[in-house]
Design a protein around this ligand. Structure first.
Ligand code: NAD
Length: 296
């Protein structure tokens, strides 16, 4: 059985690593936060205290880290993955980072004979736990096919979008669509509430029509309960929209709606909501109107 190194055991990485253990893989795990390592070690992994130790002898290295600088530092930094992985190993970076950073990391690894896929995911913590993530990958087809057995454990779909960087380009599109969808749901429900409608009944009435969406079904119950526990944090979504706006600049692509929702998220961050779920976009509308949509 091939050996897997898993680095980054946060909200997403922990359940993903545990699913691989349950599927019978032998895992060596590392996170800079030692209690997170202990939590996955107690589920059957070998807990490691350095990247070097975690990478040793592994065929596959999976990273699930916050953003481009974290992945660059773990992979290309001193005593990192590049310096310690065996030749021919396959890095599968499942973090959501800038496509340009994926390409940069790939080019450096190639010089050392280490292969790479960028393979960010959509679905959030519940789907990470269920092993039903949507995986969007970039890289060589042969490497993608080799990684498919792992993707089958972690997700319910895996699509090779194109060369390295394409997975993260796809993820940026995904993040724009999710953010704008939550904002649209918040705006629509706020109007319904202020115009005197029962918001829960509005949700029941429209969820199976054209306005219905996975985002609506996942987030409206949270909004109605006033439960903004992440899930997917505002600060991570700000990171993704910043990467999207940056990529928009680099590709001469106007993103007016993305820029607008980014400003709403910035307001929420100033209000101390950066660790709240992104469904807290409703709080932006609650602040504007002084009206609460959630059930009291
Ligand atoms: P998280 O902050 O919960 O976890 C990140 C982990 O990385 C933490 O445990 C942290 O200690 C570790 N880490 C950071 N820098 C490190 C370093 N230099 N060395 C070792 N460990 C380090 O974040 P998350 O929610 O698990 O998200 C991870 C990635 O997945 C992000 O790119 C995010 O955008 C993406 N993502 C998250 C969700 C979600 O719903 N949470 C959904 C889809 C995609």
């Amino acid at each position: 059985m091939k050996r897997i190194c898993f680095i980054g055991l946060g909200i997403m990485g922990k359940p993903m690593a545990i699913n691989l253990i349950k599927a019978g893989y032998s895992l060596q795990v590392y996170d800079r936060n030692p209690p997170k390592v202990e939590a996955v070690a107690s589920a059957g992994a070998r807990g490691c205290s350095s990247i070097k130790e975690a990478v040793e002898g592994c065929d596959y290295i999976i990273t699930m880290l916050p953003n481009s600088p974290h992945v660059k530092s773990v992979v290309l930094g001193e005593d990192g993955v590049a310096e310690n992985a065996k030749k021919g190993a396959l890095l599968i970076d499942m973090s959501s980072i800038a496509p340009s950073a994926s390409r940069e990391i790939h080019d450096e690894l190639k010089k050392r004979g280490i292969r790479m896929l960028d393979a960010p995911v959509s679905g959030g913590e519940p789907k990470a736990i269920d092993g039903t993530l949507a995986i969007m990958a970039g890289g060589d087809e042969k490497d993608f096919e080799e990684a498919r057995e792992l993707f089958d454990v972690l997700g319910s779909s895996a699509v090779l979008v194109g060369p390295v960087g394409s997975g993260n380009t796809c993820k940026l599109a995904n993040q724009i669509i999710v953010a704008l969808n939550i904002a649209a749901v918040s705006e629509g429900l706020m109007l319904a509430r202020r115009a005197g409608a029962d918001v829960e009944k509005v949700f029941m009435a429209i969820r199976n029509g054209l306005a219905g969406s996975t985002v609506m079904n996942a987030k409206v119950p949270m909004i109605l309960e006033g439960n903004f526990k992440p899930g997917f944090r505002i600060d991570l979504h700000i990171k993704d929209l910043a990467n999207a706006l940056d990529t928009g600049l680099n590709t001469n692509t106007p993103l007016p709606l993305t820029a607008e929702v980014m400003q709403m998220m910035q307001v929420l961050k100033i209000d101390g909501e950066e660790k709240s779920d992104h469904s807290a976009l409703m709080k932006y509308y609650e602040k504007l109107t002084g009206t609460r949509v959630r059930k009291e």
